[in-house]
Design a protein around this ligand. Sequence first.
Ligand SMILES: [Zn+2]
Length: 511
Amino acid sequence: MNEPVDPKRMIKIFDTTLRDGEQSPGASMNLFEKLEIAQSLADLGVDIIEAGFPIASPGDFEAVREVGKIIRGPTICGLARCNDADIDRAWEALKHAETPRIHVFLATSAIHRQFKLKMDKDQIIQRAVEGVRRAVAYCDDVEFSPEDAARTEPDFLCQVVEAAIQAGASTVNIPDTVGYATPAHMGGVIQTLVDRVPNIDQAVISVHCHNDLGLAVANSLAAVENGAGQVECTINGIGERAGNCSLEEIVMALRVRADYFHADTRIVSQRLVPTSRQVANITGIQVQRNKAIVGRNAFAHEAGIHQDGMLKEARTYEIMRPQDVGLAQTDLVLGKHSGRAALGDRARQLGYRLTAEQLHEVFDNFKQLADRKKEIYDSDIAALIEEIIRVVSDQWIFGSYSIQTESGKTPQVRLTVKHGEDEQTTQMSCGDGPVDAIFLAIEQLTGHKVRCVDFGVHSVSVGKDAQGEVNVEIEHEGRRYVGRGVSTDSLEAAAKAFLNAVNRIEAARQG
Ligand SMILES: [Zn+2]
């Protein structure tokens, strides 16, 4: 753009953690988990929540419908391909939302036209117009995405975008579906649209960048610089393949460099770390330690010369303060004598909206934990809550185990699990070690043959009595599932994690 940018320009944050983010291998979430995340996104201040792709599955449909019914504040969006059945289904899911948006997409690049759609340019434009018109007949707020826009010929992209706006699209989203763009390239695509599409001022330009080359955030910033008014992103940058533009990074880049971008978002940045933790815990996709903004090391200064500078004046080495992104200096909060009200209060601050019944259950477990562990941290509380939220739909629940094991000998394991009202026990001699023995016993009890592809243990908080968190990833009939379990006993945590993954297999089967 040649003219100076409005200094108060607000960039809309379109969060697609529940749609594109859920497409991360192993990240499927149940309805309760999606509602928890949707509430956190609303508290975080996102403008739009893309809650799912209603025609893709009954589970997606239900998620979009329930998020639309329950969550207040953000616009709730559902995805649809550019055909009648998809658009009708999306509206069916969205019609109870306070402010609904239908998001229609159709591929426009030569490679997609020729091989996937087998349609020529005129047919693509006609289909796009018909789709947008159908959506507009239901809903004022319609977004259109030319899929693979970053690889679409500029002239044709301009034609499609103009036609979609003419047909009533109020947002035109430019996806770099395959993560192929670079910042100057993406900025140029947006600039071309601004310069050459005559009705571009009647719509908000959006971008949706994938991170295959590690450039999703940089490409999105370049788009904003050139006139984009909406960024599509996910918490922790999760999503298809290498993921999407990371919400926390784009938000803080715009805020920290307001001097340069002259733009901001409505995000309550103090909610970034709690939301990031919640999404990591629910999806089982942990954040790397050195991840910008929300990684464990993001504010850790190790070098002596840096520490010296920090003590004299924090701004010598710090471009933002940890408390600005919601990283508490110390999160030691509760102990044995803390009451239910204090726990409920803390849960709300962590971003959870528990029912009285759920709070009751969390409080019971909290008391048990307080007997085993002196100091209870935020992360312990989050772990307790997520166990409760998850249990609602769980078929298999951990009961108890005992194990005898010795170096060089096969372990003897006895394991009890609950399945509905039933209690089932197996006793066997198996495995290379105690964890393997527990996994084999669970396979036998649940009847699911799986392959364990990843297993990790780390501590939830600090201290010798800290809770251990086990994350597993298993493969079953070609699909991957993650599972998570928490306990002060790491073998119990392993059993819970494995059962959690098995429960996800069963949930996926039911739809
Ligand atoms: Zn995507």
